[in-house]
Design a protein around this ligand. Sequence first.
Ligand code: IMP
Ligand code: MG
Length: 171
Amino acid sequence: MTKVKPFLTEEQIAHKVKELAAEINKDFGAEHFIAIGILKGAFMFFADLIRHIKAPLSIDFIVSSSYVDTSTSGEVTIHSDIRADIAGKNVLLIEDIIDTGISLNKIRERILQKSPRALKTCVLLDKKERRIVDVPVEYTGFVIPDEFVIGYGVDYNDSYRNLPYIGILKH
Ligand code: IMP
Ligand code: MG
């Protein structure tokens, strides 16, 4: 039977999101940037985070997938790319979770090919001990253990994304 063990509460997440936004506000100041969310997982985090950003910004999204069931397939598929012209612009990439680093690395490289002025990355959850590819991440919410998490946008086979908290999925 599948069970969800509560892990991070709505309050803990909201507090962390504000802290991350404060760091981003400090670094970016009033300078315009483009916030790029990686869908689908980052949609909730993205929406909450940018509500606390003071700089003028535009938004765009990349739709990608790599997970099948509870393990990364290693194959990163880009289903839809950004439409914005980011050449010479400051970009903040926003992702739900970094695990092996394969997905984020591939997406970062794809964005860098479009010659942004600067690229910074913000992730809510980091499974640090699982890293295979070293990816620079400037803003990290929670470093978490090697457990399969769901909720707050993060899924298991596209379910659980609507949970307002983050839980650990136990089979
Ligand atoms: P990576 O390429 O191994 O770093 O995997 C990153 C992607 O896998 C994230 O964007 C998530 O969509 C997904 N992912 C990694 N860990 C989890 C998890 O615990 N639950 C749900 N999705 C996960
Ligand atoms: Mg993701």
